[in-house]
Design a protein around this ligand. Structure first.
Ligand SMILES: [Fe+2]
Length: 304
């Protein structure tokens, strides 16, 4: 008789290898299987994460590979107490996450929403104004055409501001975990690093979906190519572990784009209510993993 992890792998392969009209139905079947998986199904023992011998050589997070092919990856993350998988993306990927032990706080963000489009229009207009102002200051009196442009752009900004009710001040985001509400918007667009100034480092806008406290009794979390695609996961009240299925896996090829690389982000602040600017950064130095062996049932199934 197939083990639960075999059933999960088989369903995951079915789900993510057939992008058809039955995709959502298959994803829901996978979701239901993930909903009932426990640490004992995977013979997972995280007692090592409770050991209190923190040195600079102790990884804050352990990574356990269960399975990977060109369709999906299946792994377990074990976090020591109050450790963070920093804010990161999953380029054009799906993900299903189920907490197996402990409790985590998940902050997630969506991409390409109506609100992020509003923010990007506002940002583009404001940066254009700054560019024009710089040109005016640099080039001196040849200002007749430029000032006309500035005037037109200012009108555009005013219209956009009326449309989206933007406040142009800056601060860090704050979240009340109990209510999942965010601070009011407050970024000075002119302070945002221009992508031309920091080559290869993107600034993107993302809409905050909320903060969820997730434990073994919670439903699985699902991320999609745009929906809830960026997240940060933090263990609270002790160590925690979660099962993570990603499809396609990192480092596979995105057609016409390139390798599917994981990017990390710093949150620069909000630009509209619930919309934040995220600055791509190097992987934070506090985040690194060691590798632990998978001790559970063999998930491999015959795939027809
Ligand atoms: Fe992730």
């Amino acid at each position: 008789m197939a083990s639960l992890i075999q059933k999960i792998l088989k369903q995951a392969r079915t789900t993510f290898s057939n992008n058809t009209e039955v995709f959502n139905e298959n994803l829901f079947k996978l979701y239901n299987l993930m909903d009932v998986v426990t640490s004992s199904d995977l013979n997972l023992d995280i007692s090592f994460a409770f050991q209190d011998s923190e040195t600079q050589y102790d990884a804050p997070i352990s990574y356990i590979t269960i399975y990977e092919d060109n369709i999906l990856s299946m792994s377990i993350f074990v976090l020591k107490s109050n450790k963070v998988v920093p804010l990161h993306n999953h380029p054009e990927m799906y993900g299903v996450i189920k907490v197996l032990a402990g409790k985590v706080i998940v902050d997630s963000y969506s991409l390409n929403t109506p609100k992020t489009f509003e923010a990007e229009i506002q940002l583009a207009i404001t940066q254009e104004i700054e560019r024009v102002k710089d040109t005016v200051q640099t080039d001196g009196p040849a200002t007749a055409d430029v000032s006309t442009s500035t005037s037109t752009l200012n009108q555009d900004v005013e219209e956009a501001s009326n449309m989206v009710d933007v406040s142009l001040q800056i601060s860090s985001p704050t979240v009340d975990a109990s209510t999942s509400t965010t601070s009011t918007p407050n970024v000075d667009f002119a302070q945002i690093p221009n992508q031309n100034v920091i080559p290869l480092r993107r600034v993107i806008s993302a809409e905050f979906d909320g903060r969820n406290i997730v434990d073994i009794n919670s439903k699985p979390c699902i991320l999609k190519p745009h929906e809830s695609n960026i997240h940060e996961i933090r263990s609270v009240d002790g160590p925690a572990a979660f099962l993570d299925i990603l499809a396609p896996p990192y480092n596979t090829e995105i057609p016409y784009v390139g390798p599917r690389i994981c990017s990390y982000y710093a949150n620069l602040g909000s630009v509209l209510k619930d919309v934040f600017l995220l600055q791509e950064i190097n992987s934070p130095s506090f985040y690194w993993t060691d590798i632990k062996p998978y001790m559970g049932p063999d998930p491999t199934v015959e795939v027809e």
